[in-house]
Design a protein around this ligand. Sequence first.
Ligand code: ADP
Length: 468
Amino acid sequence: MELIRPAFDPRAYLGVVYSLARLPLAFFYFVLLVIGISLSFSLIWVLGIGIPFFLLLLGITWWAVIFERELGTWWFGFSLRPMAISLPASSGSWARLVAFIRNPVTWKGLAFAALQVPIGLAIGIGFWAGIMLAVGLVAAPFLFAIGAISAQPGDPSYNAVGLGDSPATFPLLVVLAVVGVVIAIGLLHAGRAVVVFYEFLARTMLGVSQAQLDLVGAQGAVVVEQARAERSEQDRRQLVVNMGHEIRTPIASIRGHAEALLDGAGRPSEEETRRYLEVIQRETERLGALVDDLLVVARGEAGELRLDLRPVDVGAVAGEVVAALGPIALRDRKVKLVARLPETVVPAAWADRDRLVQVLMNLVRNGIAYTPEGGIVSVSVNAAGDRVDVEVADTGVGIAAEDLPRIFDRFYRADESRSRATGGFGLGLAISRDLVVAMAGSIEVESEPGTGSRFTVRLRAVQPQGVA
Ligand code: ADP
């Protein structure tokens, strides 16, 4: 059964056709190489004209090899690696030519073409001869029978077909026909073997090596890593510039007020002294807050933002933040702060409790700062599938569409004058996002100028046991 299996395998028939095609291809490669190489070598002495001829030969072989690959992949599904490592689209024709000449596949393709002459001839001749033999042997008894039917005793053809002198001819021919069938089946087996052999040949000669691919992958990773390092270096430089810029204003203010206090000539009144000292105190506090923020940024940069992730009751955290900031919001800004906690049980979320408090404080403080008197800032907690969402929404000034994508950037302020007046450095949202991302969550914003903003912190939900 195993022996006649190829008779039912379409690949075996294709393999035979493929093997038959090796013969004309072997002639093609023979002519190509003989003409190409002899022209190149004989003309190399004539002003080097042989060199372009040789390149032409390489080019034609390249296309022939593409044809061979297509044939293999199209008919038999050969899985081959690419023939060349792709160059950047910007490379010029000279760079492409150099890459072509340096590509090992160009030369392996030439060797493949050269190998096709002996191998193709052997396989092609073998298969053509085998097929003719098999067809001849299988057809012989039929031809004999036809001859026998039409021949009469006494006809010259009666003896010619052998009926007259040797009646044993027909059984002998039948035996030979069986031999023909065996040869045909053998050819089908061989056809399958030829396909396997050519897949091996094509894989080793008509594609770049795995080592080359790995090298390119590693080089790509190095380029990406370099770009990342450069970007982070640039970010760091930018951070230092921005920091200097930010620190200058409060320091100038502190120095100005301190000088006014120390200035013996125009000694300020007691009330002025108190006001100046209050300014100095406020600015010092701001600088302290900036340093704290910068430390968080620096730790994040250095990958040292170690969070203590545990299951956290987000509703309780939101309630605490609202309780802490509510009275101040009402007293200082006439803004009402409300907590909208869900009636159903919300699962705990993976978070660092203190950092989550910091994030929500940031968002709520912003909401209060950018909401005019009489407005409302609400904090709500919702379970959403495998997440727990915290929303901080306000009825404030909102954020223009063009600022929305940038408000999470460090030191970015949508409205310089307004946010400077609120005392922020434009770091709060950047830090909040870093923290939330470190908790494997995300932070999003929707806003409409004049109507209000809504920040949503999405955290991963956990089972409600062991809540922090
Ligand atoms: P800042 O310290 O300036 O508030 P943030 O990083 O917290 O810095 O915010 C960046 C910018 O985003 C702010 O300067 C402000 O323009 C805008 N912004 C943040 N929250 C709100 C909000 N709730 N409503 C309107 N604008 C906001």
